[in-house]
Design a protein around this ligand. Structure first.
Ligand SMILES: [Zn+2]
Length: 495
């Protein structure tokens, strides 16, 4: 079996005894030798007071991504590998078998221990935090949208104004956009013809290459050109100037309707796309039959695979069985709380470190701004150059402030939220029973990574740490069990 090893020493530890890189390497190599593992590559990070010294960690991640056959990594103990909160997510996505040599533990998909459980919670919480962060960034954009400011890169025909942070009409392209709408509103040209003629007239991408039919199509359906815009499924009245009148836009939409005769529109069914066919790997889709029952079946994109139809009621019931398995014994909940506490400490350290870094970046920019102002007063630089630099740096500062805000919001209620998840675990089944099919799917999405369907049987893959909770976490099954077959049987499917 091939493996890699990772050793790291921090600047603080360098002075202490027993932490040296040679000592770590000796330990790991001895272990590899004893366990018949071939070390194919070594990654070593040494921190100095000046440098964080994580270059080789990044290299290692890249190496593991390029070499999917190598999944075993040897480290002295957990804190060698996870230096930062975010690393939990990075490492987790690689699906490795991690040998914690000093602790005498192996963390892998199949291992089953107290350590792995705690680890699973940490991964989940780190993911939560990162998701929160993304959510907060989206919220910032949503706020902007509600104020009528288009929150993203300006679409063709508009340009971003970094000073006002809004979009403005692009005087050069706006007439072409208007012409495009006028041509299509006549109803006399196809999308293909319109695309060709707009390309000829010079309506191009920012890089100057030709626009495709789909780009023209989405422009013609974009309300931004009459002064409104769509953001995350909602329509907002913009503060930007319109390029066309609403009447012209409506005429174009009518032309679309005439071109495309009304087709059968698919209603989104709750479990469509959530399940995968276990025979051929295609998506499972749903359809209403006889206007009454909803059936799910394989899309058969790769040809008929022989999988059978299942009714929605049946699927809901089977998912119920899957949810029912998630259970935590009361005394184990305390362990969960401890793990959350530990994760919370990691998270706080990460949070503080990120805020500090962002503040530092902010003040570097502020120093630059102060300095260039003096240069301007001294007549060393032109007014124009001053303004250009100022705009750019102020813009960067604003971005930093937004990121700080996102971090602060992501941090709120972090611990409480985590605790809720686990307290919820014991109520999850009764909750499931009360929900609509759509709500059920959302709940399942939180618990399951994916689920396959083979001839009426569901095969779930639980998300961490629900995988362990699904086995019914009790004090007796934290410890590794030598009987592998028994473990496998526990992961039986619900049929
Ligand atoms: Zn199939």
């Amino acid at each position: 079996m091939k493996a890699i090893l990772y050793a790291r020493v921090s600047s603080k530890e360098q002075e202490k005894e027993g932490y040296s890189i040679p000592a770590q390497l000796r330990l790991l190599k001895d272990y590899a030798h004893k366990n018949d593992l071939k070390v194919v590559k070594e990654f070593i990070d040494v921190e100095t007071a000046k440098q964080a010294g994580r270059a080789n960690f990044g290299e290692m991640i890249g190496f593991l991504q390029r070499n999917p056959a190598i999944r075993i990594i040897l480290v002295e103990k957990t804190d060698r590998l996870y230096r930062n909160f975010r690393d939990y997510v990075t490492i987790d996505e690689l699906d490795l078998e991690i040998h914690l040599v000093k602790e005498g533990e192996v963390l892998s998909k199949d291992s089953k221990s107290h350590q792995k459980f705690i680890h699973g919670i940490k991964v989940l919480m780190a993911k939560n935090y990162i998701d929160n962060l993304a959510e907060e960034t989206r919220k910032g954009m949503l706020e902007k949208a509600q104020q009528g400011m288009y929150p993203s890169t300006a679409p063709r025909g508009y340009i971003n104004n970094p000073q006002s942070k809004t979009i403005e009409v692009d005087r050069e392209r706006a007439p072409l956009v208007r012409r495009m709408f006028e041509l299509y509103a006549t109803g006399n040209c196809s999308l293909k013809q319109l695309t060709d003629s707009m390309n000829q007239e010079g309506l191009r991408t920012r890089g100057g290459s030709k626009l495709g039919k789909s780009a023209i199509d989405s422009m013609l359906k974009n309300p931004i050109y009459y002064g409104w815009f769509k953001w995350r499924g909602k329509l907002y009245k913009g503060t930007h100037g319109p390029i066309i009148a609403k009447e012209l836009f409506d005429a174009v939409q009518r032309a679309f309707q005439n071109h495309n005769k009304p087709r059968y529109t698919k209603r989104k069914l709750p479990f469509a796309g959530f399940l995968t066919c276990g025979i051929c790997g295609c998506a499972i889709t749903g359809e209403k039959q006889k206007g009454k029952y909803v059936y799910y079946r394989c899309t058969d994109y790769k040809g008929k695979c022989g999988n059978t139809y299942v009714r929605q009621e049946e699927i809901e019931e089977k998912f119920g069985e899957i949810v029912k398995k998630i259970h935590i014994e009361e005394d184990v909940l305390q362990l969960v709380k401890d793990a959350l506490m530990e994760s919370h400490k990691d998270e706080k350290a990460y949070h503080d470190q990120q805020i500090e870094r962002l503040n530092r970046e902010y003040s570097i920019l502020q120093n630059r701004i102060d300095k260039i102002y003096v240069d301007k007063l001294d007549g060393k630089i032109s007014e124009e150059f001053y303004q250009k630099c100022l705009d750019q740096w102020r813009g960067e500062q604003d971005q930093i402030l937004e990121r700080i805000k996102a971090h602060q919001n992501a941090n709120v209620n972090y611990f409480e939220k985590g605790l809720n998840i686990f307290e919820l675990a014991n109520k999850v089944y009764s909750l499931y029973l009360q929900q609509t099919a759509e709500e059920k799917r959302q709940l399942l999405n939180f618990i399951l990574l994916n689920c396959t369907l083979i001839k009426g049987t569901l095969y779930p893959t639980y998300r961490k740490p629900f995988d362990i909770l699904a086995k019914g976490l009790t004090r007796s099954n934290w410890r590794p069990q030598p009987d592998l077959n028994r473990c496998r049987r526990r992961e039986r499917a619900v049929s």
